[in-house]
Design a protein around this ligand. Structure first.
Ligand code: IPE
Ligand code: IPE
Ligand code: MG
Ligand code: MG
Ligand code: MG
Length: 304
């Protein structure tokens, strides 16, 4: 290990993340229409699928904004938008035509609780609602140029050359033997790009300077890769009860993962390498350096 443990500060960051999750649990319903009328099942599904979760991406958006001087309340709609995009990606990821997974966040997946057409449309609606929210960021928080830049970057991060392309490659790769280039493509696109966009959204809205934006981008790229590597490791080592989603699913579906490519020890080593890269980038940030370092250690050591 090239970096010393973070010591007693890490629990504070865990508590802060939990506080963000609790705040979002309370605030998110107001960002969605109340279920009523002929589409009430769809609206119920939006509420259902935006509950729970660790809220790591919103935490990153809020703290990226704070690192460059913008407060949490100002950036809340954008942070909620990021969580809506993430929730949409999970709804579709779980569907029978993708990962065919019946459990998410400890409860039935959207298509299990409702049905496939509702899940498909709920994912679509959450992707779209996210852009509506970002477009409504108040002009006293960020100017129209910053808002447009966030919209363009978010669209790119989750489109065919981003998350959705990564999901496509992930499914195609079930038929292939693991190779480092394909695996790096999958993890970068399906997971790291949204985590990078989460950080950049906060930073851009806060008018971060170029060098700060570069530092938080490098940080989030490594954290994002680390996040998916630890997700892969947990799939291989965790239990369904612990994870709130099925365990051992990647192996059963012949997924291309780091444990499949390198074995568990090799994947763990790779996780540590990405963690060290993220910590190096965190040192270049203008403030909150300890929080960002602690977040790396939390993701590295997570058990769900
Ligand atoms: C799961 O993301 C999907 C991946 C990209 C690995 P999270 O582990 O952040 O899921 P929640 O939001 O906490 O449920
Ligand atoms: C999904 O990766 C990443 C997304 C973009 C949804 P996984 O398929 O490994 O995520 P989990 O394990 O189902 O949460
Ligand atoms: Mg998947
Ligand atoms: Mg999945
Ligand atoms: Mg997984």
């Amino acid at each position: 290990m090239t970096h010393s443990p973070t010591g007693p500060a890490a629990p504070d960051t865990a508590a802060q993340l939990a506080a963000t999750a609790a705040m979002l649990a309370e605030r998110i319903p107001a960002f969605l229409p109340q279920p009523s009328g002929p589409a009430h099942r769809l609206l119920q599904a939006l509420h259902y699928s935006t509950r729970g979760g660790k809220r790591v991406r919103a935490f990153i958006t809020i703290n990226a904004a704070a690192t460059f001087g913008l407060d949490a309340e100002a950036v809340l709609p954008a942070a909620v938008a990021i969580e809506f995009i993430h929730a949409a990606s999970l709804i579709h990821d779980d569907m029978p035509c993708i990962d065919d997974s019946p459990l998410r966040r400890g409860v039935p997946s959207c298509h299990e609780q409702f049905d496939q057409h509702t899940a498909l449309l709920a994912g679509d609606a959450l992707f779209i609602r996210a852009f509506e929210l970002v477009a409504q960021v108040r002009s006293d928080v960020a100017g129209p140029q910053a808002v447009l830049r966030v919209i363009a970057e978010l669209a790119e991060a989750i489109g065919a050359l981003g998350l959705i392309g990564g999901e496509a490659a992930d499914i195609e790769a079930e038929k292939q033997a693991p190779d480092p280039d394909t695996l790096s493509f999958i993890h970068t696109n399906k997971t790291a790009k949204l985590i990078i966009a989460s950080a950049r959204t906060g930073a851009i809205l806060a008018a971060a300077p170029q060098d700060g934006l570069a530092a938080i981008t490098d940080y989030a790229r490594s954290l994002g890769l680390l996040f998916q590597i630890t997700d892969d490791i947990l799939d291989a080592t965790g239990t369904e009860e612990q994870l709130g989603k099925p365990a051992g699913a990647d192996d059963a579906a012949h997924k291309m993962t780091y444990p499949a490519l390198l074995g568990l020890a090799g994947a763990t080593e790779k996780a540590r390498q990405e963690a060290d890269l993220a910590i190096d980038a965190a040192r270049r940030l203008p403030s909150n350096n300890q929080l960002w370092t602690n977040l790396v250690e939390l993701v590295l050591d997570r058990d769900k």
